[in-house]
Design a protein around this ligand. Structure first.
Ligand SMILES: Cc1cc2nc3c(=O)[nH]c(=O)nc-3n(C[C@H](O)[C@H](O)[C@H](O)COP(=O)(O)O)c2cc1C
Length: 171
């Protein structure tokens, strides 16, 4: 069993989620590769993929969407799990709830990969991640700066993927 965990990340926080997912799956004795979507040279040799992306302005990052297309074209039989990382700010707050919607690419990504599941995880926003216009409008982002990633939820999800993979192997 050889699993690819790949996530597109602009400022590193989604890449960290991918690394933790990989760690949890690898702890169950599964061979895991972690690679940014643009660095995946081949899909040959993998038995499953976990694919994620940070969400910006309602969109997945293009590299992740492209990898989804490649999976659909080259390895449509692979079991795939998807995650998006985005919502920042108080999870119960209005903005975080408004952000907690599927990225525009999700229907196409799900159709291409025939994904088994998709999860949205809260993300991290550093003030330094804001640039230009965004920075002049920091009032818009007030209350959203911080690390909202829910590691227990991420680890639990990764564990459930490992369980499902073990089931596939036993079958
Ligand atoms: C300009 C900007 C736009 C954003 N738009 C969204 C969005 O539409 N939906 C969402 O859920 N999160 C949005 N976010 C939050 C990011 O997805 C979040 O900070 C994420 O954890 C960043 O991941 P990264 O560090 O891997 O790039 C936005 C953040 C910034 C700075």
């Amino acid at each position: 069993m050889n699993v690819l965990v790949s996530a597109a990340s602009e400022h590193g926080s989604t890449a960290e989620i991918a690394r933790v997912v990989a760690e949890v799956v690898a702890d169950r004795g599964v061979q895991v590769d972690v690679a940014a979507p643009g660095d995946v040279a081949t899909l040959d040799g993998y038995d499953a993929v976990v694919l994620g992306s940070a969400v910006y302005m309602g969109h997945w990052l293009p590299a992740a969407a492209r990898l989804a297309e490649r999976i659909g074209a080259e390895r449509p039989e692979l079991p795939v799990w998807l995650f998006s990382s985005g919502p920042v700010g108080d999870p119960a707050g209005r903005f975080a709830r408004q952000m907690r919607v599927d990225a525009a690419e999700l229907p196409a990504v799900q159709a291409a990969t025939r994904a088994r599941a998709h999860r949205i995880f809260a993300g991290r926003l550093d003030r330094g991640d804001l640039h230009g216009l965004q920075r002049t409008a920091t009032w818009l982002f007030r209350g959203m700066v911080g690390d909202f990633r829910d590691w227990p939820a991420i680890r639990e999800w990764a564990g459930s993927i490992a369980d499902q993979l073990a089931g596939t192997q036993a079958a």
